[in-house]
Design a protein around this ligand. Structure first.
Ligand SMILES: NC(=O)c1ccc[n+]([C@@H]2O[C@H](COP(=O)([O-])OP(=O)(O)OC[C@H]3O[C@@H](n4cnc5c(N)ncnc54)[C@H](OP(=O)(O)O)[C@@H]3O)[C@@H](O)[C@H]2O)c1
Length: 417
């Protein structure tokens, strides 16, 4: 018989789906600081469609997107879904997870109840003409990030995903480590390997902003695994060793420079001249950190407004600045003279498709990319974990939350009963 609700870690018999579950909910009336926005409530377990899977969540990863969801900016994710016809007046976030497949839809092949999986967060309408035509689904009009743009993410005992989002859990990892890497890792993988004409080549120099962060820690390792050379940027010297251990050949401290923010107008000789002097000094520091006079073939960008002018300035002739966020602001300013004469590329990027997520997962399974798990939280601390991230006070690497896993270090369902 199905029980109405099981406690955290009170594992139901395999495949038995309770009526209700515990979840960390965000509601519009609580939008604001993440520490106050999340609250544990009891909600019905969602049903799955023919191509979906219901996954029993062992651990969930912490990402910046649910800092935004908690604050209700730049998008009220609940109102946005209600406009599209969904009824729920809450958001269950969480775009990274490890767990066990508990139920599959009627049309699902290649996945069965009991499979131990990690989840990637790319979802799209399988009937979308763009997807049916075999084009990159990340460019499809129906593409949505699971656990941010969709409801029923991983901060709950059960999560609803499309079956193609499930990938084999690397056996050597604990649940919490397996939940930590996919969103940032697959995003970094696409940025470095996904744009034909500017894909990562062995020997390339790559500039990586935020080398100690979630994206940066993954990017450094992917670059090293491909025989290329990463130079990481950090804001404190204590992060330098961390980046070197991950494989960075050099590290720069951005606090030694002060030209951040939007580019001064080119007609303002004094301000522009000062900016150019700093940008050139940063470029010389890059060569020194790299150990040779070579500009970055790829600049791995996400701070945005504060750093983009420098990224474009430093990028090699014919190189690419690839950007997936604007954490410091959304105004991109650049000196077009350098951009066109040196034929640089400014490329937007967003998460990853199935193939890219698989590519990253294989690097992790082979031990070439470590999840960089730095801190593990209890389920009740979901808001506190996101608050740390909002304040840039979180540790290097990635954080995760134990959901149904009763303690850290467990790796299989059998061990977790
Ligand atoms: N589009 C996508 O698919 C996608 C996927 C993943 C993440 N993202 C976005 O990417 C951004 C970073 O994510 P994350 O998980 O890597 O976050 P994170 O772990 O907080 O790392 C961000 C790093 O940025 C650096 N940083 C902070 N302020 C900076 C500034 N003013 N100038 C230069 N660097 C600065 C910090 O390093 P230092 O202080 O040491 O420099 C920090 O380690 C977030 O906005 C996130 O939402 C987008």
């Amino acid at each position: 018989m199905n029980e109405a609700v099981y406690g955290l870690g009170e594992v139901p018999p395999l495949g038995v789906v309770p009526e209700r579950m515990l979840a960390q909910l965000i509601r519009a009336e609580r939008f604001g600081e993440p520490k106050d926005a999340f609250r544990i409530e009891e909600v019905p377990v969602p049903d799955v469609g023919p191509h979906d899977a219901l996954v029993y969540v062992m651990a969930a990863g912490v990402n910046y997107n649910n800092v935004w969801a908690a604050m209700g900016v730049p998008l009220n994710v609940i109102a946005s879904r209600q406009k599209q016809g969904e009824r729920e007046d809450f958001h269950i976030g969480g775009s990274d997870a490890s767990g066990v497949v508990w139920k599959v839809g009627a049309a699902v092949k290649d996945l069965k109840v009991g499979d131990e999986v990690v989840l990637h967060c790319g979802s799209w309408d399988l009937a979308d003409p763009h997807v049916v035509a075999g084009k990159d689904p990340m460019l499809a009009p129906s593409q949505r990030i699971w656990g941010y743009e969709t409801n029923w993410g991983s901060f709950a005992q059960f999560t609803k995903v499309q079956a193609h989002q499930c990938l084999p859990k690397p056996a050597h990892l604990s649940w919490e480590a397996a939940a930590a890497y996919m969103l940032v890792g697959a995003t970094a993988y696409r940025m470095l390997h996904g744009f034909s004409g500017n894909t990562l080549q062995p020997g390339d120099a790559v500039l990586i902003w935020g080398g100690g962060g979630g994206l940066g820690s993954m990017a450094i390792q992917i670059v090293r695994a491909h025989g290329a050379k990463a130079v990481a940027v950090v804001s404190s010297d204590d992060k330098s060793d961390y980046c070197r251990e991950l494989g960075a050949v050099g590290v720069l401290n951005r606090k030694n420079f002060h030209h951040w923010g939007m580019l001064p107008h080119w007609k303002d000789d004094v301000a522009y001249g000062e900016w150019l002097g700093q940008a050139k000094a940063f470029g010389r520091a890059f060569w020194e950190a790299l150990g040779e006079k070579q500009n970055p073939a790829i600049v791995f960008e996400h701070p945005g407004e504060a750093t983009l002018p420098t990224s474009v300035f430093l990028c090699d002739t014919g190189g690419m600045v690839v950007i997936c966020a604007g954490t410091t602001g959304y105004n991109a300013t650049l000196d077009l003279r350098y951009h066109w004469m040196r034929q640089k590329r400014l490329q937007g990027s967003h998460f990853a498709n199935d193939e890219q997520a698989r590519g990253l997962n294989e690097l992790v399974a082979a031990g070439k990319v470590d999840p960089c798990l730095s801190r593990v939280f209890q389920f009740a601390e979901t808001g506190a974990a996101h608050q740390l991230m909002r304040e840039n006070r979180h540790p290097n690497g990635n954080m995760s939350i134990l959901v149904n896993a009763q303690r850290a270090g467990l790796r299989t369902l059998v061990e977790s009963r």
